[in-house]
Design a protein. Structure first.
Length: 134
């Protein structure tokens, strides 16, 4: 940014250098907040002000948020009955035959979404402002 200021001053000095200027009628001033040039009797002033980015620490905090959360359905055990079939032999006599044993099966009910209020930690951060001068 300072190089742009010096470039602006150099251009201003070049613009006013065509007019004859006596010794002591021009000056170039540097300060902590600006750069200025006074050229000739009219006191033409070219000034550029630089703004320094200022960092401000924003502390972390807890924030309450509404979040859509998946709630899994309940899990339960269900007994599946054994499977029997009736078979007939060559003489036509019927008999009951076991096809599959009975067993327990784990069944999960349908889940659903639910809005829940959750307390969440937000980390601190640096915020850059452009208000301070130097």
């Amino acid at each position: 940014m300072l190089s742009r200021s010096l470039l602006a001053l150099a251009l201003a000095a070049a613009a006013f250098s065509s007019a004859p200027v006596e010794a002591g009628e021009w000056s170039l001033d540097f300060s902590s907040s600006s750069v200025s040039a006074n050229i000739g009797r009219r006191g033409h002033r070219v000034s550029t002000r630089r703004y320094a980015p200022r960092k401000v620490w924003v502390a972390g905090c807890y924030v309450n948020e509404n979040r859509r959360t998946w709630v899994a359905g309940a899990q339960r055990r269900v007994y599946v009955q054994p499977v029997y079939r009736t078979r007939y032999d060559s003489c036509g006599r019927s008999s009951r035959v076991l096809i599959s044993d009975g067993y327990y099966e784990v069944v999960r009910d349908r889940g659903y979404y639910e809005n829940r209020r959750v307390r969440v930690w937000r980390a601190g951060f640096w915020r850059v402002t452009r208000r301070s001068h130097y």
